[in-house]
Design a protein around this ligand. Structure first.
Ligand code: CA
Ligand code: CA
Length: 475
């Protein structure tokens, strides 16, 4: 009986064990290594065991791109993932000028100019309208064949001859175009600059991407263009604004437009007054946009001057004309005399109604308008042959250029015998130029003499001084 019990116990154990064994055999796996032999989809999946369902399954490896059997050129796989792109290698040519190649920046396979064909070209032209106008040196640097989708024209503009009387030489805009027929043009780029060339050392450098829809949509995506550049600039010459529109012919340029983008490579500005913008709106060319109210944005704005912001407003320190220099003083750029003014005195004696009148006219040349004075000294003395009048009155003193009044004074001063009376004429005459020679300068004094019998006589003293140099200082 005991043996029978043991036998049934043994049988039950075998049955339970068998049942358990059968249960395990129903699932594919118990652990990941059980799935190793499942056929692999691609390098970007792995096979794992779903322990609840006891089945093997494929799961994607996170951030795995090369190996997913999808050839993605945007991820650079045509250039660096032959596993996915075996059927689309980055090789082959397009027409005479272009070939597929791996872009060093984006790593993408792009259509570009065939290696070995690219040449660097440089072109320089001098723009000049007359000997009294500023002339400009325009330099163009570009590659040929020029891939207009990725490579801009580099333009440099600087003064070649900068006459001294020219001020505010401003480059307004630049345009790249082709002549179609007669006056008709086709524009490929337009850029507004509004940049001032302050002096002969100033320079403007601009990169100008071209847009040529006709080339982009043509079957061979290439063309030979006769390109021209149009510069619009203006300047002040002797107080007058002059505007010039000048064209420069660059000549034939071979261009290609393969339809690839420049890819926004290295689009960073070191100028804190610029924002570097690159994206769809800029056609993936780097564009530097100016920030307003910033010293360094090439615009001389409110609150900026030659002392606080020379990069935008020009250098203050400079000589102008023969006699003036400019320098910063208390934050303002003002003019001052380079050398000391020269004192001049004209002396003569006049005889009026028996009175000998010693006249001295003193001034410094150049006359600094707003600061200088012209002085008139009058000393009457009685002559031996006549009795001295009871009174000599100075009614008015004038400084004139022809009929034009430059300064006047109405002192109503009585002269005393044998005594010098000095009358000052402050000069505040407005000048149209910083340095101006004024002709026919004449000093006039209107006197009134009264004799012992009460008779009154008007006397007019006039002294011709001639030409005097006037300058504007402190402005
Ligand atoms: Ca892939
Ligand atoms: Ca500014």
């Amino acid at each position: 009986m005991k043996h029978l019990l043991r036998f049934f116990l043994f049988l039950s154990l075998i049955l339970v064990g068998g049942l358990l064994l059968t249960g395990c055999q129903q699932g594919e796996c118990r652990r990941d290594t059980d799935c190793n032999e499942q056929p692999q989809d691609n390098l970007c999946t792995k096979d794992v065991c779903n322990t609840a369902a006891k089945t093997c399954m494929h799961v994607a490896i996170p951030a795995c791109n090369c190996g997913d059997l999808v050839c993605d050129n945007n991820l650079g796989e045509r250039c660096n993932c032959s596993y996915d792109c075996a059927s689309q290698p980055c090789i082959g040519t397009f027409g005479q000028l272009m070939a597929y190649q791996c872009d060093a920046g984006t790593q993408k396979c792009v259509l570009g100019v065939k290696e070995g064909l690219l040449k660097k070209e440089s072109f320089t032209s001098i723009l000049s309208v007359s000997s009294s106008a500023p002339s400009l040196k325009v330099t163009l640097n570009y590659e040929t064949p020029l891939n207009i989708d990725t490579t801009p024209l580099m333009v440099t503009i600087q003064p070649d001859i900068f006459p001294q009387h020219i001020e505010q030489l401003t480059i307004r805009s630049i345009e790249v175009f082709e002549r179609i027929s007669g006056e008709q043009i086709r524009s490929y780029a337009q850029r507004s600059l509004d940049r001032v060339l302050w002096d002969s050392t100033s320079k403007i450098e601009e990169s100008i991407p071209l847009s040529m829809q006709d080339v982009a949509s043509s079957s061979n995506k290439s063309a030979t263009k006769r390109l021209n550049i149009r510069l619009v600039y203006d300047y002040m010459s002797k107080g007058e604004l002059r505007t010039q529109v000048q064209d420069v012919s660059i000549g034939k340029v071979v261009v290609v437009a393969p339809g690839e983008t420049a890819g926004c490579k290295r689009c960073v500005s070191t100028n804190p007054c610029e924002v570097a913008v690159c994206g769809e709106e800029t056609n993936y060319f780097c564009e530097y946009r100016k920030k307003p109210e910033c010293c360094g944005n090439y615009a001389c704005e409110a609150g900026e001057n030659q002392c606080s912001c020379p990069v935008d407003c020009g250098q203050c320190s400079r000589a102008t004309g023969d006699y003036l220099s400019y320098a910063c003083s208390a934050g303002s750029c003002i003019s001052f005399l380079k050398e000391k003014a020269i004192p001049k005195t004209l002396v003569e004696t006049k005889l009026y109604l028996g009175v000998s009148l010693l006249v001295k006219v003193s001034y410094e040349e150049p006359i600094q308008t707003g600061f200088s004075t012209v002085e008139l000294s009058l000393t009457p003395s009685a002559s031996a042959t006549a009795t001295y009048p009871t009174a000599i009155l100075v009614k008015r003193v004038e400084l004139l250029s022809g009929d034009q009044l430059i300064a006047e004074q109405t002192p109503a001063t009585q002269l005393a015998v044998d005594e010098a009376t000095i009358l000052s004429l402050p000069i505040a005459y407005p000048l149209s130029l910083p340095e101006q020679r004024i002709d026919n300068i004449r000093l006039k004094a209107y006197l009134q003499m009264t004799d012992s019998e009460g008779r009154v006589q008007d006397i007019e003293y006039s002294k011709n001084i001639g030409r005097i140099l006037f300058v504007k200082v402190g402005v």
